[in-house]
Design a protein around this ligand. Sequence first.
Ligand code: CTP
Length: 129
Amino acid sequence: MGTVLTFGTFDVFHVGHLRILERAAALGDRLIVGVSSDDLNISKKGRAPVFPQGERLQLVAALRCVDAVFLEESLQLKRHYLSEYDADLLAMGDDWRGRFDEFADICKVVYFERTPAISTTALIEKIRL
Ligand code: CTP
């Protein structure tokens, strides 16, 4: 299927992150990951990530299933990133189901089921307690 693109913050990296990246990579020849910037995460989730963007980029780039990473600076630039990286497929978790169907004119859009019972937010809460 050629080039697969996915996006996310990938803060406090956990197995749900690994699984979506492995499943996305399995759909194509190479996987490129847009890692949300610190500012984008603040606007999206109302808090700064635990790990700064440079470290999150480094962690995701080091994974065997990931071929390249870039910094995602705005949710409004999805179409631009998809064409810039020549994506054949956009893979997202199903918390975003339907939200990216508008890009079906330039690439295939696939939603994966989230891994149950784990999230960055839940991990932060657990560590706090
Ligand atoms: N993801 C997943 N399964 C999980 C958690 C995340 O498949 N249990 C996927 C999301 O659907 C998304 C990608 O991993 O496509 C990056 O998600 P991100 O928002 O960075 O992680 P969350 O754990 O969902 O973070 P938060 O709790 O801050 O929303």
